[in-house]
Design a protein around this ligand. Structure first.
Ligand code: ZN
Length: 287
């Protein structure tokens, strides 16, 4: 039996299953301080029976270099108390099983890649919520590079009607996350995107930034699929607006455009935990 954790800033989703699409039990617990949250997660997982491996799909930034002394720790997250927290090592010690670890968005990208009717030429998973994260799968493998993608922190061009807003990213101000995350929407317009009236200009402005992001992915990596998940992305009509804007901005240039798609997650809210189970399965194989 495989164990899985989707570790998020507001909740931890826990699951055990025989395979990524065969979940036997799951539980959601609120994210509090690291000590009590990790202890509760370990206790529930241990109570489900013997595990062969555990997959952890975590918010970041994360140290993913297996040769580094601080592998499996969180980096400089703004979440109070969690910076530097040892996640993978904690569960390895508590549960005594091999650990597979990646970012929540890389794990979700792996799960969406596996859920596609045939393997896409490349897939990105963007989540638009409290923050903006992006995971990447190329040739069936999650991209890590020097650490892991931090796609929320690219710098899109400004929408012409949005020039006065400074952005909410504490590091960059008006990066993608600073302009198009849930807090950026609320900071400008005082409500979540889904609660703004259909004719509100916020819909076009947020679609513009997400379309810029999709164009960067299509143009730089020649991806086939960009999956957009997260709370903000559930705003009715948003993904269609993004796709229309991205196509209009490209103006028929990209040679792969006929195959490229911007879609909602096929797995819905289960992409992250399914990806965590895939990480567990890989760890069980010694991969
Ligand atoms: Zn930023």
């Amino acid at each position: 039996m495989l164990g899985a954790i989707e570790a998020g800033g507001t909740k931890f989703v826990l699951a055990v299953g025989r395979a990524p699409d065969d979940i036997l039990a799951r539980r959601t617990i609120p994210t509090r301080d690291p000590a009590s949250t990790l202890a509760e997660a370990a206790e529930w997982l241990a109570a489900q029976g013997p595990l062969t491996a555990l997959g952890i799909a975590s918010f970041g930034p994360l140290v993913l270099d297996r040769t580094a002394a601080d592998w499996g720790r969180l980096g400089n997250t703004p979440k109070p108390g969690w910076a530097g927290c040892e996640i993978a090592g904690f569960f390895a010690a508590r549960l005594g099983v091999p650990i597979g670890l990646d970012t929540d968005v890389n794990a979700a990208a792996l799960a969406e890649y596996a859920a596609a009717p045939r393997a896409p030429a490349g897939l990105a998973y963007l989540t638009i919520g409290t923050g903006i994260g992006g995971g990447l799968v190329l040739d069936g493998r999650a991209v890590h590079g020097t650490a892991h993608p931090e796609f929320g922190h690219i710098f899109p061009r400004r929408h012409p009607d949005d020039g006065a807003f400074a952005g909410v990213c504490p590091h960059h101000g008006d990066c993608l996350e600073g302009l198009a995350s849930g807090p950026a929407v609320s900071a400008r317009w005082g409500a979540p995107l889904s609660q703004l009236p259909a004719e509100h200009p916020g819909h076009e402005i947020i679609a513009h930034y997400l379309a810029e992001a999709c164009h960067v992915l299509f143009a730089s990596l020649a991806l086939e699929t960009v999956v957009i998940g997260g709370g903000v992305a559930q705003t009715p009509g948003l993904i269609d607006r993004v796709a229309a804007r991205a196509a209009a901005r490209d103006a028929g240039y990209l040679p792969g455009a006929a195959r490229q798609r911007i879609i909602a997650p096929r797995l819905g809210a289960n992409a992250g935990i399914a990806g965590a189970l895939m990480l567990a399965a890989a760890a069980a194989r010694g991969a």
